[in-house]
Design a protein around this ligand. Structure first.
Ligand SMILES: Nc1ncnc2c1ncn2[C@@H]1O[C@H](COP(=O)(O)OP(=O)(O)OP(=O)(O)O)[C@@H](O)[C@H]1O
Length: 630
């Protein structure tokens, strides 16, 4: 492809702006071709006036990128830049993609391609409570293989990246988010790029790395990326929106797209000459990128203007097709994908499961402990509810009236182990899940390590906060004072909390959208409470709904609590009053004695186990990338 742009052939209309920029390095024409794509066509089905139609988004795009080369992908909004970048990086989902893509001369193997390449997304999704150093350090622990890098090597790699991306001053600053101030936008983008550069990728994709940045920060980002790609011999392709003239000149090559078609692909330094040679001379002091984008953009201001701009785009596309087709036939062999072997990974082993798990668990604990609103919420909730419920049922006696109150307090203890545990943690889980999907798109760690790490962070946090609640309610309301009963009650409570955490992981794993997850979880929890055994006697429930009891943790917990409390109790009935004399009668009347206390606890743990397994399987399914690979 590079010979399409033989500069000698384009002396006519030569423009001084077209000279090689000082930032550009001359990439040897024999540098390894890292990625080559041929005749990429991408189509999606859409509905127009209730009629199914096929919309072609990429129209036979070809090109290549060599080691150490930086390519800018430019076009007006909707030109297909992101679509092309996604197709090349193996991230395109839905629709139909055809053509061929070769990575280092072979067909892409999704696993090794993901590990040897890197993709910096437009929005930087990182843990806001970690510092720059910690973010890079955890990424290095997770992504660099232990048998090739010692901990010292990893730390050195992090330092190198911090130096390369000029992040020394921000090293100990937290990333931050909308709620907490952290690093600047430019620094944030550089950290995001840094996490991808740690593995020394062969090929780096960046989607609009300068969007939202001022021109100084944009220039810095592009300059640094270019410098690093030369130093590390990395091929780089980035989409970029109307770069200024200085940024434009940093790139070795440029791909200009309009309406999913190629208007130019070749050296940036020859682009002005090329356009001049086909009759479009870039004015002397105009930014070439702006000029090209203006040429390629459809003008919707009037029907006439639209027709004229469409014609212009067609001409540009045709001229480039003629131009790239002529004189290059010997080099332009189309790739017949069937003839190529799948790319074999040289030696890029994975870290073992335990290393992944322990790194993620440490990161999760740091994130949780630094999440002051979350931790304070858990603590306040525990203390406030303990005092409220404790004093609501203050010092229960042994008369007939206390029976209802005892059942009430036991039931509220169950309720407190559902909503207040599930809802705040579900929010947290959704945020973490998004980051996991992002991190796993570069094969960073296994789903199991993530999932088990969440379980082993969430369960202890929920248990610790709620122990305060349980002790408070137990002693203030004066439930039966006996070590045995207290600890059996606590075991029941812990088991129910474990089910709740497992349940939230299941909902958060099964339901991709947080909005829908926040509808499903409360509905299920409300059903658990309604059928928990206090509002309706399990025996009187219509057979159509009776099965719910088998999967209802609140019912098992309420049954366990009630038996633990009432068994062996005696009540003093006032003279002439009809009441239950013994706890055993209460257990019978409320039908909470179907299973023994320990059987109930066992059933709760079994439910938790089922939730965990189902949640894990669903997470594997819902978080699985469904990209199209050529
Ligand atoms: N899966 C899809 N279904 C329907 N239309 C799609 C799909 N993917 C992309 N498109 C359409 O294809 C066109 C190109 O989209 P793409 O996101 O690649 O453009 P872009 O050049 O990156 O634009 P921008 O600079 O605005 O991000 C757009 O008109 C977009 O609406």
């Amino acid at each position: 492809m590079s010979s399409y742009f033989d500069e000698e052939a384009m002396t006519e209309g030569s423009n001084t702006q077209a000279r090689q920029s000082p930032n550009q390095s001359a990439i040897a024409s024999d540098a390894e071709v890292i990625l080559k794509w041929d005749n990429l066509v991408y189509e999606v089905k859409t509905k127009v006036d209730k009629q199914q139609t096929v919309r072609r988004i990429l129209h036979g795009i070809s090109g290549e990128v060599r080691a150490g080369e930086a390519i800018a992908l430019i076009g007006s909004s909707g030109a297909g830049k992101t679509t092309l970048l996604n197709a090349l990086s193996g991230r395109i989902v839905g629709g139909e993609l055809s053509g061929n893509i070769l990575f280092r001369g072979a067909k892409r193997n999704p696993g090794s391609f993901k590990r040897l390449t890197a993709y910096v997304q437009q929005d930087d999704l990182m843990h806001p409570l970690l510092t720059v150093q910690e973010t890079l350090s955890y990424a290095s622990k997770l992504r660099l293989p232990n048998n090739q890098y010692t901990p010292a090597d990893k730390a050195e790699r992090v330092n190198t990246v911090i130096r390369q991306l000029r992040l020394e001053a921000a090293r100990n600053t937290r990333i931050g988010d909308a709620a907490t101030r952290g690093v600047s936008g430019g620094e944030r983008k550089r950290v995001s790029i840094g996490t991808e550069l740690l593995t020394d990728p062969k090929l780096l994709f960046l989607d609009e790395p300068t969007s939202g940045l001022d021109s100084n920060s944009s220039e810095m980002v592009v300059e640094l990326v270019k410098k690093i790609s030369v130093e590390q011999n990395t091929a780089t392709i980035m989409t970029i929106h109307q770069p200024n003239a200085r940024i434009f000149s940093i790139f070795d090559k440029v791909i200009l797209l309009s309406q999913g078609r190629l208007v130019y692909f070749g050296p940036t330094s020859s682009s002005i000459d090329y356009f001049a040679s086909i009759g479009y001379q870039c004015p002397m002091h105009e930014n070439p990128a702006d000029y090209f984008v203006d040429l390629m953009t459809l003008d919707y201001r009037s029907d006439e203007a639209l027709a004229k701009s469409k014609e212009q785009v067609n001409t540009l596309v045709e001229r480039f097709a003629e131009y790239s087709g002529s004189g290059t036939n010997s080099e332009k062999q189309s790739i017949n994908g069937n003839g190529f072997a799948i790319y074999e990974e040289p030696d890029m082993p994975r870290n073992n499961w335990f290393h992944e798990y322990s790194t993620l668990a440490r990161r999760d604990w740091i994130n949780a402990l630094r999440n002051i609103p979350f931790m304070a919420g858990q603590g306040t909730q525990a203390v406030f509810m303990a005092l409220l419920i404790g004093f609501m049922f203050f010092y229960l006696k042994h008369d007939a009236l206390s029976i209802n109150n005892r059942l009430g307090v036991l039931f509220i203890i169950c309720v407190n182990a559902t909503f207040p545990v599930v809802m705040p943690m579900l929010t947290l889980y959704y945020k973490e899940r998004d980051i996991m999907v992002r991190e796993r798109s570069s094969a960073t760690y296994r789903v199991t390590s993530f999932y088990v790490s969440k379980l082993t962070t969430f369960i202890p946090i929920a248990l610790i906060a709620n122990t305060v609640f349980f002790i408070g309610v137990y002693f203030i309301s004066h439930l039966t004072f006996s070590a045995g009963k207290f600890f059996i009650g606590l075991a029941t409570f812990y088991s129910l909390i474990t089910v709740s955490v497992s349940f939230l992981l299941m909902v958060g794993s099964a339901v991709k959208s947080i909005e829908f997850g926040f509808v499903v979880a409360p509905i299920v929890l409300t059903i658990q409470i309604l059928f928990g055994g206090l509002f309706a006697n399990p025996h009187t429930i219509t057979p159509v709904l009776r099965w719910i009891r088998w999967v209802n943790p609140v019912q098992y917990a309420f049954s366990s609590f009630s038996q633990n409390e009432f068994r062996g109790m005696e009540f003093i009935c006032a003279a002439g009053e009809q009441c239950y004399n013994t706890g055993a009668q209460v257990i019978d009347a409320y039908s909470v004695g179907r299973f023994t206390v320990w059987q109930n606890i066992l059933l709760l743990l079994m439910l938790a186990f089922v939730d965990i397994i189902v949640g894990y399987s669903l997470l594997r399914w819902t978080a699985k990338p469904r990209s199209i690979w050529l």
